[in-house]
Design a protein around this ligand. Structure first.
Ligand code: COD
Ligand code: ZN
Length: 370
């Protein structure tokens, strides 16, 4: 058993509290990882607010981390102590029908099929003050040591800087892959991205990498525009500055609407606006943001009648265990620069300050260092 620090969410609406926790050794098929760095993603904030009722408290959140294998359980062959790894918030078991299908990435061992509040054997490896603490998406990266199933770990290049590639655990691949894999943006096309957080800005980078000629970035916080331009946006618009609905503005700007639109906020109104902003015949709208669980959208089916496509994208469509190591290699070859998303680097003890920066719209990504 290792005693170390972790940020525990004891109840909905409470700030995280840094605690001394006990982390049990990995059982068969599990890996214990020393987390070196972790990003703060808006999904962690959703968890603290209680937006996903299937997440059980007390819980150790965090799902965008990178670290080093400390020990492995019986039967683990793909990683060994000392390997640099990224824990995967979307596993790849390699055996379910979704893993076996080359077209899909959403493994059946993920939280949409079964809760990931406990490890697969239905027990937790975390305790604190005599209480059992839940895992989050099996990865719980807000802990100095965490235990995950082997099929939720990707071994990465030993040259990778962990304080930078932690973003490749969630935000960057989610947005970048939504453009490259889900929308399959074509060279010379027009794109609109709603929401310029870490995820939306990664969509901007994906559209640019795919050769889009016009990339229109939409956010109500104009402080995000400078970064969006730096990453490839050609136009930036705040819906609050427009006299007409944003979908009409985008349609006028592009003639018939953009070829590809993306929603990276998680609100019903912006999902409908993004859908209506793409060309009614051939436009593709990709939903990346997730709404509070239980909420619904009402939609005029006429929006789809002429041929528009409305799609969802989770973790950018990447099969995580296969693709994250390749993305790390592309990062090292400087094929993209996800470092530009990191606005703050803080010691782990300042985790709540990191959340304050996110809530105030002052950060893109804060990286916490242990
Ligand atoms: N119109 C335009 N922009 C808006 C509006 C609005 N009405 N409301 C908010 N925004 C902007 C904010 O100003 C902000 O810039 C941006 O939207 C949101 O950015 P962040 O930094 O708060 O959030 P991200 O980028 O970290 O995450 C956003 C998601 C929506 C992707 C995230 O919250 C989410 O839903 N995640 C689940 C989706 C997923 O697959 N995640 C992978 C595991 S997390
Ligand atoms: Zn995330």
């Amino acid at each position: 058993v290792i005693r170390c620090r972790a940020a525990v969410a004891w109840a909905v609406g409470k700030p995280l509290s840094i605690e001394q926790v006990e982390v049990a050794p990995p059982k068969a098929g599990e890996v214990r990882i020393k987390i070196v760095a972790t990003g703060i993603c808006h999904t962690d904030e959703h968890i603290l607010k209680g937006c996903f009722p299937n997440v059980e408290f007390p819980v150790i959140p965090g799902h965008e981390g990178a670290g080093i294998v400390e020990s492995v359980g019986e039967g683990v062959t793909s990683v060994k102590p000392g390997d640099k790894v990224i824990p995967l918030c979307l596993p790849q078991c390699g055996e379910c029908s979704f893993c076996l299908n080359p077209e899909s990435n959403f493994c059946q061992k993920s939280h949409l099929s079964e809760p990931q509040n406990l490890l697969p054997d239905k027990t937790t490896r975390f305790t604190c003050k005599g209480k059992q603490i839940h895992h989050f998406l099996w990865v719980s990266t807000f802990a100095e040591y965490t235990v995950v199933p082997e099929y939720a770990v990707a071994k990465i290049d030993p040259a990778a800087p962990l304080d930078k590639v932690c973003l490749l655990g969630c935000g960057f691949p989610t947005g970048y892959g939504a453009a490259i894999n889900t929308a399959k943006v074509k060279p010379g096309s027009t794109c609109a991205i709603f929401g310029l957080g870490g995820v939306g800005l990664s969509v901007v980078m994906g559209c640019k990498a795919a050769g889009a000629s016009r990339i229109i970035a939409v956010d109500i916080n104009k402080d995000k525009f400078a970064k969006a331009k730096e990453l490839g946006a050609t136009d930036c618009i705040s819906p609050q500055d427009c006299k007409k609905p944003i979908q009409e503005v985008l349609t006028e700007m592009t003639g018939q609407g953009v070829d590809y639109s993306f929603e990276a906020i998680g609100h019903a109104e912006t999902m409908i606006a993004a859908l209506a902003s793409c060309n009614m015949n051939t436009g593709i709208c990709v939903m990346v943001g997730v709404m509070d669980s239980g909420s619904e959208i009402s939609l005029d089916p006429m929006l789809l009648l002429a041929g528009r496509t409305w799609k969802g994208s989770a973790l950018g469509g990447w099969k995580m265990r296969d693709c994250i190591p390749k993305l790390v290699s592309s990062y090292l070859e400087k094929k993209f620069n996800s470092d530009l998303l990191i606005t703050h680097t803080l010691p782990f003890a300042k985790v709540n300050e990191g959340f304050e920066l996110l809530r105030a719209g002052k950060s893109i990504r804060s990286v916490l260092l242990f």
